[in-house]
Ligand binder design. Structure first.
Ligand SMILES: [Ca+2]
Length: 406
């Protein structure tokens, strides 16, 4: 298991060479405010081909998660129209992603709760009742669901309309992940996991051979050396489904189908709270844009901003630099999936060197029977990796979802 951090907050890291082929990405997500901002990042990158958004419970329930994707794309289409009116087709930043002729993006519905147990936790305390600051109940519904064409049998609650480029998959999230991995060459699809990893664990359990074709899994989750954000010791995603995290992080290691993989493990790179929590943007800077997209972003950030501001230290004057900060957890995981050196194409050498390093490090640990933690390595694009060993607590009441570092 490794964790990663970025030394650059620029959208295009220095020394970054886009791959020769589009980078194929699946986003597994529980949108969620920071998930939506992570979608925008992926959609804004010309070298990224977003194949699918596979949904899970998490920040909100599955039906709201689905609606939040639909509302986001409706806003992007309005923004695209506005930017085309003022700057022509080439003047729209979103035309490639949502304009006529844009590549299809499949949306699948997945886990409604954790792998085990009956209790489902959501993060409505932070993200609002619907996951996006309750925009679905704003007067006049300013960020509405797509309007179905006349004669459509769509229904807003049970069967909403999915206009292009979105299409609702007939597969569940785990099935769609497996189907895409099976139909593309091994190692060519990356997954950014932004919620509880229930869908990924289910896909692995259903068909480890096919799942192991994945090129890279960038996961926002866990907290290693710092307090949690859901309990004193646990980050939300590992808290919401510690059983799935255990399957993916621990039980998969050494499986026969991973014998061709370095370290006989899935290519998981974890972005824990320790790192993502430090990647912050002032709310004031995120909420100043105008137009349909600017208004939407301002609306969805309202509830998290209130919550964040309420954590300001008692007795000190309010400071925007210290107290008014949005933590970009999920956008960082998408940035990693989109910019970490790739196995194929330019940057392949750095990726290869990184995995050789991990293998050497693993052999060294095995030989000495001691874990040498904390060694760092930086790749050619500025990501810094540290080898960490930990177990996820799935049974304890007070410690549910805690990552216990060896
Ligand atoms: Ca999320």
């Amino acid at each position: 298991m490794t964790s990663s951090s970025s030394s650059s907050s620029a959208p295009l890291p220095p020394h970054y060479s886009p791959p020769d082929q589009p980078l194929k990405l699946i986003i597994d997500s529980d949108p969620g405010v920071d998930d939506v901002l992570a979608f925008l990042l992926a959609l804004s990158l010309p070298h990224v081909h977003l194949l699918a958004i596979t949904l899970t419970f998490g920040n909100t329930t599955l039906d709201y998660a689905r609606d939040n994707v639909l509302r986001t794309f409706e806003v992007l289409k309005k923004q695209d129209e506005l930017e085309k009116r003022t700057g022509g087709e080439g003047g729209s930043r979103w035309h490639r992603a949502v304009g006529p002729g844009a590549r299809k993006i499949e949306v699948a519905l997945g886990a409604e709760g954790p792998l085990k147990g009956v209790e489902r936790f959501t993060a409505s305390y932070f993200h609002g009742r619907d996951g996006l600051s309750s925009i679905s109940s704003l007067p006049g519904d300013p960020h509405p669901l797509p309007i179905p064409p006349p004669g459509s049998d769509s229904h807003p609650r049970d069967k909403p309309f999915f206009p292009a480029p979105l299409s609702l998959s007939s597969h569940s999230s785990p099935q769609l992940i497996l189907s895409l991995l099976a139909s593309h060459p091994p190692g060519t699809i990356r997954i950014a996991a932004l919620g509880p990893v229930t869908n990924l664990a289910e896909a692995w359990l259903q068909d480890p051979q096919t799942f192991s074709r994945v090129g890279l899994i960038s996961i926002m989750g866990g907290s290693l050396d710092e307090p949690g954000n859901t309990s004193p010791v646990a980050e939300f995603n590992t808290y919401a489904d510690p059983w799935a995290a255990k399957v993916l992080f621990e039980e998969s290691v050494g499986h026969g189908c991973l014998s061709g993989r370095r370290g006989r493990r899935l290519p998981i790179e974890l972005l824990p709270l320790d790192i993502t929590g430090r990647h912050t943007v002032q709310y004031g800077n995120l909420m100043k844009a105008e137009g349909p997209l600017g208004n939407f972003i301002t609306s969805i950030l309202t509830h998290p901003r209130k919550m964040t501001n309420s954590y300001a230290p008692y007795g000190l004057p309010f400071s925007a630099e210290r107290d008014d900060l949005f933590q970009a957890h999920d956008p960082l995981a998408v940035a990693h999936a989109c910019f970490a050196p790739s196995e194929a194409g330019k940057g392949g050498e750095a990726y290869h060197q990184y995995h050789e390093y991990l293998e050497a490090h693993q052999s060294q640990n095995d030989a000495s029977s001691g874990v040498q933690e904390g060694e760092q390595r930086e790749d050619s694009t500025g990501w810094v990796y540290t080898e960490r060993r930990f177990a996820v607590e799935a049974e304890g009441k007070l410690t549910r979802g805690m990552c216990i570092v060896e």
